[in-house]
Write a protein that binds this ligand. Sequence first.
Ligand SMILES: [Zn+2]
Ligand SMILES: [Zn+2]
Length: 134
Amino acid sequence: MKSEPERAAHRRFVQALQHEHLICTRPDCGGPMDVVDLTVHHAAVKTYQAECERCHAVEHITGKVDTHPSWDIASITLMAEMHLLHDQPVCPFDDTPITFTSMPNPRRKARYRLSCYYCGRHTEMNWPPPEAKR
Ligand SMILES: [Zn+2]
Ligand SMILES: [Zn+2]
């Protein structure tokens, strides 16, 4: 994430991800946008389509797949600890908020999937993580 257009696109993505209100980027409009999540089931990266309620401009908002290198153990542990502290962990590569999804597990242990829907990096872990036990 280097150029200003890329940073701006990432900001729009995070707003859509967090269900914040998106405002039309046309300078003469500024109308509220209707955001639809078009992500296909189990896709690693989310895709949204926003349409301005006022001028009907359509904007496509999507992540950029980039999964190498993958998260290391230290950053995964940090994400889990922040989640335990009710803080919002972010992907160390692109600062996108991490989504925690609890997974059905046939055994008794809880299991979570940690996903960055911007770059597509994800991992699964048993819960609570063993490192967090006091
Ligand atoms: Zn508009
Ligand atoms: Zn990421």
